[in-house]
Design a protein around this ligand. Structure first.
Ligand SMILES: [Ca+2]
Ligand SMILES: [Ca+2]
Ligand SMILES: [Ca+2]
Length: 476
């Protein structure tokens, strides 16, 4: 690629007198048709700060950034009708003081198309070696596709103002391709965290593929309702859950990789999948019916023979941000609960304390499984301590009776029985020898042992060129 010195230079903060910034007000916040500023909030068409420095700033224009390095300050909303375009090769660092986040509101669009050799990176502003989970907020995309909470009725998690949801299953919030999101996930309040990538009612007209979320301080990916289909996702060394689905998400996700750091798990228990219909487990429709195919979950025992699931061992691995997030235990590769009807196919999970929990504490996920309203097929569990448990935070493969609230230790769990029904074509492999971590090479070597399933069913490395399995030491 060729570019001239003047067109690629975003270091010159001198405003061009021909570019007039048009200001307005939106919901009590300053709003503008331009998104770039100087470090002290001055208008600057070629500035290198996104947002004017206010905690909440509303972007209402249609602007394409030049390739470069930017600092994101505050919560920058891409409002209804606005479009922000970010070119390949651009690096956006999130400001720590303002817990910076980029929030695409329903009707707004983010076009962030990196390439396999030139990804777009959203990352910490801290120097190599001193980055921590939660250094900034994260990326939030909201749309007008259905959720089970109503039209523009669902408040997005984590603090920002945005409400999402609608009736357009094909709604288009833009495009995310070859994007990394690193060290995001600020804990705004307990159980109110910004995830690495949060998708609220995002519609199927949106393109999402080749996205890696690394060292998020909450979930790596979380979907609240919506219909968007996603391909080639990586959840790397996340704090809480890897792929969290809630509020009627019904999209299809294919090719997903999760790799855990054996010293990092959340106080809420970390799972690979965490899936709810909603918080109360009600019958609100649409149900959470997402389908995940070809996912690989490399749990805490995969690369660590000495892993111990206790609070002494799980200490944050030397990068605990001490910011209010707290460590806890690992739980299940798949925790499906609260009336969720999650579907999973052709998936590989290795080295978790528990393979699957079908949790009937609220709602009737077990009934949905029995009735064929959710399907868990073609899944291989390797080296789990136990295949199944029926209850959150119970690490025993024993039948739990939800009416009498008692356990029958003489019988295996409902979950374990269901998983191993012949018709479901699932496989349980008992033993696992921890492997040496060597980045993608070690992941591909493991994948080769289980051909036809998981994130790399044919061995093809779709992470090459754009993914990064050591973002702590990357130079930005
Ligand atoms: Ca979350
Ligand atoms: Ca979660
Ligand atoms: Ca959790």
């Amino acid at each position: 690629m060729m570019f001239t010195a003047c067109s690629s230079n975003n270091d010159d903060p001198t405003p061009s007198p021909s570019e007039k910034y048009v200001w307005s007000e939106d919901g009590g916040f300053k709003a503008c048709d331009h998104v770039l500023f100087t470090d002290n909030g001055q208008e600057a068409p070629k500035g290198n700060v996104i947002g004017n420095g206010d905690q909440n700033f509303v972007f209402k224009g249609n602007q394409s950034l030049e390739r470069g390095t930017y600092l994101l300050k505050g919560w920058v909303y891409v409002a209804d009708g606005a479009t922000l375009t970010i070119p390949a090769g651009t690096v956006i660092k999130g400001d720590k003081d303002t817990k910076a986040a980029l929030i695409v509101e329903p009707g707004g669009k983010l076009i962030a198309n990196g390439t396999a050799t030139d990804p777009i990176v959203f990352t910490s502003e801290q120097a190599a070696g001193s980055r921590r989970p939660g250094d900034w907020g994260g990326l939030i995309i909201c749309g007008k596709a259905p959720n089970n909470n109503g039209v523009l009725a669902q408040q997005i998690e984590g603090g920002p103002r945005t409400k999402h949801g609608g009736t357009d299953a094909n709604d288009n919030s833009g495009s995310l391709q070859y994007v990394r999101i690193e060290f995001a996930g600020y804990p705004f309040k307990k159980d109110q965290e910004i995830n690495g990538l949060t998708l609220g009612s995002v519609g199927a007209g949106t393109t999402i593929d080749h996205v890696q979320v690394s060292y998020s301080n909450d979930d790596s990916f979380e979907w609240f309702g919506g219909t968007v289909n996603c391909k080639h996702l990586i959840a790397f060394h996340g704090w809480d859950d890897d792929f969290d689905t809630d509020n009627g998400f019904s999209g299809k996700v294919q090719y997903g990789l999760s790799v855990r750091d054996s010293r990092i798990a959340d106080a809420s228990q970390s799972n690979g999948f965490e899936s709810d219909n909603n918080a109360s487990g009600s019958t609100a429709e649409p149900y959470t019916t997402a389908t995940f195919s070809n996912i690989t979950f490399l749990g805490p025992k995969t690369f660590d023979a000495s892993f111990t699931n206790d609070k002494t061992y799980i200490n944050g691995g030397g990068i605990n941000p001490e910011n209010g997030s707290s460590t806890g235990l690992f739980q299940a590769a798949m925790h499906i609960r609260r009336n969720s009807r999650l579907n999973v196919n052709n998936t590989l999970a290795i080295g978790w304390p528990i393979g699957l929990i079908l949790d009937n504490e609220k709602g009737n996920t077990q009934g949905a499984a029995t009735n064929g309203q959710m399907k868990l097929n073609g899944i291989t569990f390797v080296g789990m301590d136990i295949v199944g448990s029926d209850f959150n935070k119970v690490y025993k493969d024993e039948l739990y009776d939800y009416t009498t609230k008692t356990t029958d230790a003489t019988k295996p769990s409902f979950t374990s029985n269901f998983f191993q029904l012949a018709a479901n074509q699932n496989t349980v492999v008992g033993n696992w020898m921890a492997q040496t971590w060597n980045g993608i090479a070690s992941i591909l070597a493991i994948s080769k042992q289980y051909p036809g399933i998981g994130a790399f069913p044919d061995g093809q490395d779709w992470t090459a060129g754009w993914a990064n399995f050591d973002p702590q030491n990357a130079q930005y």
